[in-house]
Design a protein around this ligand. Sequence first.
Ligand code: AMP
Length: 420
Amino acid sequence: MKYQIPRGTYDILPEQSYKWQKIITAFRELAAAYGYEEISTPIFEQAALFERSSGETSDVVKKEMYRFTDQKGREFALRPEGTAPVARAYLENHLDIGSAVRKLYYIGPMFRYDRPQAGRYRQFYQYGIEFIGSNHPFYDAEVISILWWYLKSLGLTKLRLELNSVGCAACAKDYDKALQDFFRPHVDELCPDCKLRLELKPRRLLDCKVKSCKEIAQSAPSQLDYLDESCRDHFASTQKMLELMNVPFTINPRIVRGLDYYTNTAFEVIYEDLGAQNSLAGGGRYNGLLEQIGGKSIPAIGFAGGFERILLALEEGKATLGQEPVPDVFVVALGNPARDLILPYINELRRAGIRTEYDPDKNSFKAQLKAADNRKARFALIVGEDEVAGRRFVLKNLRSKEQQILPWEPFGDIVTFLRT
Ligand code: AMP
């Protein structure tokens, strides 16, 4: 029996890990600089949490959720997204107490049963921000700017930030009605899903990928013409603050976020040359969510993006994340006295943070040096009989081939040398 990885998933192999570590660390550091703290929630939750928050008719819940019942018949789901779990944790742990606003970020795997393709997986890793506790447009701009500067800091170009406002529940009601009036005469040309959407969630029609629906949607009324005064003001202030923060954006009234709980600001970052799955990240305000899942009415805004698409975009743009780390030093020891002598030093070097490798299975000088070359080590630290007697060692630079003799003591000198 040969086992295979589940379709739509992938292994992150050691050669790739350093890239993941870099982009994850960069996100953590930037989020921290903005005053955000990490929150981690389980990868499964009660299925009802997602049904309640995303809406039972959303694609994520209807078609894409990995559901299961546990041994006691309880209904759970692998989380398809991170916002509802964070909101649940916020309410359950009373994170509103003691602090007017909470600035949270998360990193972790999400699961959606969808047709896999480049940039779309069944298990994928998201980074996300959730800001909870204020409706001030400053925070809309802050959250968006974290995303923008994060992607820029990784060396990505060809980025486009698209911005929209979907208004509050009252604006959305007027807009839904306008959409229904617009689409009804075309009902026979709509796909079966959109026929349903027309009655239940007319705004989702704007997101349909079917060609005929897309064509009709092109001349549909714009959400921006249906904003009430306070939503219009909120949108204008958000834009002004983004300009002051030097974050460039374009307005795209077609952005409808897939989930039910979004209000006001909606945004997406597109990487232009990424094919069909060209959305690097998306987010928006969700002033309705906390109340929807049993809390008080608390305004909030956030975004989520996938690390996989960042890596694809970096590859497409030929941007590098630096080199794969190599050993600083490969220890080559000849003869048993040398082998005994170097053991404590190997540990000392490692404890001092020097990447140190050694291969006890290889005996000859040639075999050990070849191993050092194969590992692309920067230096070989060579100890033979003479070196044991003289309490010194040979340090050979494996790039320039230059070598020098250094004493073992003081040990700090070797560490300083290898660190530079
Ligand atoms: P969403 O939660 O659908 O708004 O998605 C936010 C971001 O998560 C997208 O812009 C992608 O970067 C990423 N993403 C969503 N679904 C997938 C998936 N199936 N595979 C890989 N990345 C995904």
